[in-house]
Design a protein around this ligand. Sequence first.
Ligand code: FES
Length: 352
Amino acid sequence: MSSQDIPEKNLPAAQETEHGAVGVADEQNPFADPGLPPHEHRVQDIDEQAAKRSERAVALMFTLSMVATVAFIVSYVAIPHDKAIYVFPIGHLNALNFALGLSLGLALFLIGAGAVHWARTLMSDEELVDERHAISAPPEVKAKVLADFRQGAKESAIGRRKLVRNTMFGALALFPLSGVMLLRDLGPLPGTKLRHTLWSKGKLLVNMNTNEPLRPSDVVVGSLTFAKPEGLEEHDHEFQTEIAKAALMIVRIQPDDIKDKRELEWSHEGIVAYSKICTHVGCPISLYEQQTHHVLCPCHQSTFDLSDGARVIFGPAGHALPQLRIGVNDEGYLEALGDFSEPVGPSFWERG
Ligand code: FES
């Protein structure tokens, strides 16, 4: 039941106090609004020395926040990624993560703590009752809001306590630099790394399973062979990065069955070499249908026709698999005659 449902004669008489209208509890309305307790002045309200001490404390917190933000930036630049430190009682930690977390946490905490201390000790703490009113805001209300805002600004002492104001602006202005510094983690830019692979003229095609260079006789009609560039070993630091671009699949097709003229020119006696990396989102292709010369990507079923320039005949892939031009060297081994003619793997913006 709302107060509108109570007969007016049963409502307690409203009294006007310095905090607005309040009700008087009686038998019929035991839950009347008792109003606010009398305001008690804080020590800062009556002692300017105490107010000054609070002001210095707030300024100190904002200043320390600035120091913490600078410490964050210095840590990010100066501490090596792999440095470990012992912190009691947690144990061994990555020094960079520890320093970044600590400095960032302190910078935020000190801004918050400074603001809270400022509000609790220096801003006006007088509680006021604002009676409910219509939602629409007539001009006089807007004028009152503006006046209240100005009054609030005045009571917060932001104009008078210049030390607090300036250090707070300093802390707030400096803090976003932490986020700007983190943008560095998006780099370094890839440059031309996505355009090139380890393949170059004269590099032998090495069987991925046996680790032996391939001869044409090793590739028989109907088989699917995976190859990598000569010199790339599994224990190499960059193995995964490089094989993700250079992985090759090799099949032999009767030359008469090859429909694409360039494919035929880039092959050796019907042996064709294509990137194993799907041009949709980069899964390794592994399913070969020897009758049709189709290869299928297991991720989203893109299907490529290896007898026709590896064009897409089904699925979401955007373009054909890049072909590697191959030949045979003086010793009879299959070799690359250059790099892929276009970037391998998924399309990216420069490729259109
Ligand atoms: S990654 Fe090959 S079809 Fe999606």
